[in-house]
Design a protein around this ligand. Structure first.
Ligand code: PLP
Length: 308
């Protein structure tokens, strides 16, 4: 059962996410329904898609009690989720961070450290080489046997974890499922889980996700399954924001009382709104947008910018 998915990870019990309808006269006029799966509410600390992508890695770690080593940037939701989950499960976690050690830690890095994650900073040059055998050997020399989680969970195992999300909405007659795309692990998981039942739309939050097809191939997605990828709503690139996006987030909160994060979910919702206004979706579409969480990332915005 979906709500018990996390039960066998001690300390990580998650709440069944609700599906909220996004009411808007403009949608109604076009005979389109939009709803949101509130994965942001499944857990007070690590919300969203990250715990799902980590699920099978954590299960393995729980059995073996091996440390988990993973990778990410200074604002990475993935690092934060890994640090928290490992802390709860009494596992050692090591985070390889992209970029030199900053003089002042981001709130994400502070959080990771509080959770007991050991942080190792690599220059951007070194970080690029961190997938190479010689670097991985160094990790083994230093930390012994461990479980390696690729950045953002990008792997078959991560995809299998993301597939668990689909249990919350299967059989509910949605015609489209929309999700933000970073590493494409979640996107792939949803495509694989729903196969051809509905169309999955991925919204890139990166400017140059040119290798999306290679990524999906690596995650064993059949190109004939029903999905589409949209690269038009990245707002200048990863973690880039525009006044228009902040305005949209504030309006969205006012109307729906749902907070969005500026790196992922706001871009997707802006995209869905815009595509509806451009008549991309046929009449009687029933769209489910995944709120993949990430709200901790808003803490890096200047105070007062958001109305929530
Ligand atoms: C990491 C993240 C994503 C991207 O997920 P991928 O599986 O890497 O594509 C989407 N939304 C939020 C809030 C995230 O933190």
């Amino acid at each position: 059962m979906p709500h018990s998915v996390m039960m066998d990870l001690p300390g990580l019990i998650i709440k069944q996410p609700v599906i909220s309808e996004i009411k808007d006269e403009r949608f109604k006029k076009k005979h389109i329904r939009v709803s949101m799966l509130r994965l942001d509410e499944v857990h007070p600390v690590i919300s969203g898609n990250k715990l799902f992508k980590l699920f099978y890695f954590l299960q393995e770690a729980k059995k073996s009690f091996l440390p988990i080593i993973t990778f990410g940037g200074a604002y990475s939701n993935h690092l934060a989720a890994t640090a928290f989950a490992c802390h709860k499960m009494n596992l050692k976690s090591i985070g390889i961070v992209r970029g030199e050690m900053p003089p002042i830690f981001s709130h994400t890095l502070l959080f990771c450290r509080e959770q007991g994650m050991e942080l190792i900073f690599l220059s951007r040059e070194e970080y690029k080489k961190s997938k190479e055998k010689s670097f991985l050997q160094k990790l083994t020399n230093r930390f012994g046997e461990h479980i390696l989680v690729p950045e953002g969970g990008f792997s078959i195992k991560g995809k299998l974890g993301a597939m668990l999300i689909a249990e919350y909405f299967s059989g509910k007659n949605f015609t489209h499922i929309s999700t933000p795309v970073g590493t494409a692990t979640t996107f792939a998981g949803i495509i694989d889980a729903v196969k051809n039942d509905c169309e999955v739309i991925g919204f890139s939050v990166l400017k140059n996700l040119f290798d999306i097809n290679e990524r999906l191939t690596e995650l064993e997605i059949d190109p004939s399954w029903k999905y589409s990828f949209n690269g038009n709503y990245h707002f200048g690139g990863y973690a880039k924001r525009a006044g228009e996006l902040i305005l949209f987030m504030n309006e969205f909160y006012e109307k729906n009382k749902i907070p969005l994060d500026f790196v992922y979910t706001a871009k997707m919702m802006f995209g869905v709104n815009d595509l509806i206004s451009k008549n991309f979706f046929p009449q009687d579409s029933n769209i489910l947008c995944l709120h993949t969480g990430g709200l901790q990332g808003n803490q890096s915005l200047p105070k007062g910018l958001l109305n929530f």
